[in-house]
Design a protein around this ligand. Structure first.
Ligand SMILES: Cc1cc2nc3c(=O)[nH]c(=O)nc-3n(C[C@H](O)[C@H](O)[C@H](O)COP(=O)(O)OP(=O)(O)OC[C@H]3O[C@@H](n4cnc5c(N)ncnc54)[C@H](O)[C@@H]3O)c2cc1C
Length: 406
């Protein structure tokens, strides 16, 4: 491997997007991915206007639009018909929308671009540890191999152990709640323009999101189904709950889902998701940088994880080649500038995610009671609606003011 190149660990959204953005700026990068044959799998994503801007900068937005579905509105209510959420992107900007996309579709686009740019990509190459010194970083790979690079980007997800090798104050807490989810074919006439949620307190939540096609040649469009479960019930849910009783719980909460659930016939169709709340005092340590979920994993309630990963990659590339060191990047300096650039935006979303998640996924009683009484009412006030939708769109950098400039 080229010792002058930057190693990126993890070929998920963050790692693949960083490889693309850096390679486009002429930086030599090498991608390391633990999985032998990465397959484009994963939950449906709602890609926000900010993430869409990054895809546009990569020249990938048109293809993403052809695969995904424009989502104009988020609507959530209780079984008694009380509106909890009713947000329309158009009230943020007349041309704004969320893009419902299968994660596999997004990964397919990013990986194709990684290959087209000729980025060296080692699959089945799990990085086990690293050591940095004044000149570079040495990686230890599974199987005893080592590799030397000028700098290292950790983009290996919320549950990264490598992050602990960074001399940065950090914490990673498994959320007590996770989810099962799947993508099912949309039955004829099934609504496909809004993200629909139904809540009973914070202990039951069903989310339906149109996510379009996984591949250009597919005919069927999919609906992502998300069912919230405590982690304690998630382990072995097939035996503890079983598929039919689980489907019954879903239809009891939201009877309109029945025709869609006809496509859910086997427990293996439902995938389990666990997430961690990751906090780091800063995201750089000398020649090592953490990005994506590895740096700021959060619950999916705000729909920001993949979005943030794309913005991280874009903002890092904006710091490359600006230091004026004779064409050679001073990586510790580039990474420190990246931390300064990203701080306000990432801190806002970490706080918002931490504050909102217990209102949607928990055993709490008071928080969802307040949610049911005040969210729908507050959302009818123009200022609150504007702030809520700006938050969802991924633009906010502070509670009172501050907008991300992309
Ligand atoms: C149910 C659910 C719904 C979601 N909905 C949304 C949404 O609507 N909008 C949104 O923006 N986000 C959403 N997200 C979040 C989003 O999926 C994640 O934030 C995003 O995929 C994180 O990307 P990443 O690249 O940081 O990490 P990952 O996707 O976790 O990728 C990490 C990669 O690193 C590799 N790896 C791990 N360890 C090593 C190692 N030691 N060596 C080499 N490789 C390694 C892994 O194999 C993997 O490929 C959702 C998440 C879930 C679970």
């Amino acid at each position: 491997m080229n010792a002058e190149s930057i190693a990126i660990v993890g070929a998920g959204v963050a790692g693949a997007a960083a490889a693309v953005r850096l390679a486009e700026r002429g930086v030599a990068v090498t991608l390391y991915e633990a999985v032998h044959e990465p397959k484009p799998i994963g939950a449906g994503l709602l890609l926000q206007p900010t993430g869409q801007r990054v895809l546009a900068a990569m020249g990938l937005l048109d293809e993403a639009l052809a695969l995904g579905i424009r989502v104009d509105r988020l609507f959530g209510d209780t079984p008694s018909g009380r509106t909890v959420l009713d947000m329309s992107y158009r009230r943020f900007h007349p041309e704004a929308y969320g893009l419902g996309l299968q994660r596999g579709a997004l990964m397919g686009l990013l990986w194709r671009r990684v290959r087209a740019l000729g980025v060296p990509w080692a699959c089945g190459a799990a990085v086990e540890s690293f050591q940095q010194d004044g000149d570079g970083v040495t990686l230890q790979l599974a199987g005893g191999r080592t590799a030397r690079h000028a700098a290292l980007i950790l983009a290996n997800g919320s549950f990264s152990r490598l992050r602990e090798g960074m001399r940065v104050r950090q914490s990673a807490r498994l959320f007590p709640w996770g989810a099962v989810w799947t993508v099912l074919p949309a039955p004829a006439g099934f609504p496909q323009i809004e993200l629909r949620q139904r809540f009973r307190s914070a202990s039951q939540m069903l989310g339906l999101m149109p996510v379009g096609k996984a591949h250009a040649e597919d005919v069927e469009r999919g609906i992502n189904v998300f069912w919230s479960l405590p982690v304690a019930s998630l382990d072995g849910w097939q035996e503890r709950i079983g598929l039919q009783p689980l489907k019954q719980r879903m239809t009891d909460l939201f009877p309109e889902v029945e025709p869609l659930l006809a496509g859910l016939t086997e427990p293996v169709q439902l995938r389990e998701a666990r997430y961690a709340d990751v906090h780091m005092a800063r995201w750089h340590d000398g020649r090592v940088l953490a990005m994506g979920d590895c740096a700021h994993g959060m619950s999916p309630q705000l729909g920001q994880g993949a979005n943030m990963a794309l913005i991280d990659a874009h903002e890092l590339s904006a710091e490359v080649g600006t230091g004026g060191t004779g064409g050679k990047d001073d990586w510790p300096e580039v990474f420190a500038r990246y931390t300064r650039r990203r701080r306000a935006h990432l801190r806002f979303y970490e706080q918002a995610s931490r504050g909102l998640t217990p209102m949607f996924q928990s055993d709490a009683v008071v928080a969802p009671w307040l949610r049911d009484r005040f969210f729908g009412w507050g959302g009818r006030l123009p200022y609150i609606h504007q702030q809520s939708i700006a938050t969802l769109a991924g633009y906010k950098t502070g509670w009172l003011w501050g907008r991300l400039k992309l």
